[in-house]
Design a protein around this ligand. Structure first.
Ligand SMILES: [Cu+2]
Length: 282
């Protein structure tokens, strides 16, 4: 009976848990990166979209060991630190443990600062598919097809300045061509969001917001307004297409022919437009 009181010595929990966490992280992180990474949004519709997938994979890869640390410790504590029924004892509190405090500060600082550095480098590489204002810091080299995106309540239209400033109701882009989008608005604030192309840029009145995108896949993509802009905001969407260069040439020629009669009533191409207020009582 007396033997009951001689409890076995406590195992080294820190070492045992550390080992469990290390093994779990070494197994789970590659699986997450290799299996979950490739299906992360927004897909591979453009260079910018593929860049987002890479960035999301880096983030989820770094988050996996952190998440495992929290979850596994929770399970470990429930299993090994469970108090017998009726006991209201807490474990000894940890105060002023220099090793734990230092490790905590160093590891969390390294994680956050390395992600900040990574994000800055990636942003400067290609602008990451978001608007950089009228003179963006990151400008890709080589020829860029300029296309203007005009938001207004409640639709987007598109102008192609290198094709006589023709204005079209749908966005069609040639594949594997770097495009320089000039996003603006005629009235309130909108946001041009082509999800599959990894592009999202504010469409503000009297503003020329430049964003670059290089579609890499023949596809139909969605265009949505991503800024609450009035009562029909939810219906402010349409579909665009990425086509072969020859198909683009044929399409733009057809648009120029079709819209020639109304073209003369449009203001000439400009990076921004100041719409005249509606005349009343005339
Ligand atoms: Cu809108």
């Amino acid at each position: 009976m007396a033997a009951e009181h001689h409890a076995p010595p406590e195992p080294n929990h820190a070492r045992r848990f550390g080992l469990i966490w290390l093994v779990a992280s070494l197994i789970a992180t590659p699986i997450v990166v290799l299996v979950v990474g490739p299906i992360m949004p927004p897909g591979n519709g453009s260079e910018q979209a593929s860049g987002h997938v890479t960035d999301n994979t880096v983030l989820i890869g770094m988050a996996t060991p952190v998440l495992l640390l929290v979850l596994l410790y929770l399970i470990y504590a429930i299993v090994f630190f469970r108090q017998p029924k009726g006991a209201a004892l807490e474990g000894p509190a940890i105060h002023g443990d220099v090793r734990i405090q230092t490790t905590w500060i160093v590891v969390t600082s390294l994680l956050v600062l390395s992600l900040a550095a990574y994000g800055t480098v990636r942003l400067l590489e290609d602008g990451a598919g978001s608007g950089g204002g009228p003179s963006p810091v990151a400008v890709p080299s080589g020829y860029k097809l300029p296309v203007q995106v005009i938001g207004q309540e409640w639709m987007f239209t598109y102008r192609y300045p290198t094709y006589g400033g023709v204005e079209t109701p749908h966005l069609v882009l040639p594949v594997n061509q770097m495009v320089e989008l000039h996003v603006t608005s005629l009235d309130v604030i909108h946001s041009f969001w082509a999800y599959q192309l990894g592009v999202k840029a504010d469409a503000n009145p009297n503003t020329d917001n430049v964003v670059f995108v290089k579609p890499t896949k023949l596809q139909t993509f969605e265009v949505r307004c991503a800024e609450l802009c009035g009562i029909w905001h939810g219906y402010m969407f349409d579909h665009g297409q990425v086509v072969r260069p020859a198909a683009f040439k044929a399409w733009i020629a057809e648009q120029q022919r079709r819209f020639a009669p109304v073209q003369k009533d449009l203001p000439s191409y400009s990076t921004k437009y100041i719409p005249e207020p509606t005349r009343r009582g005339g």
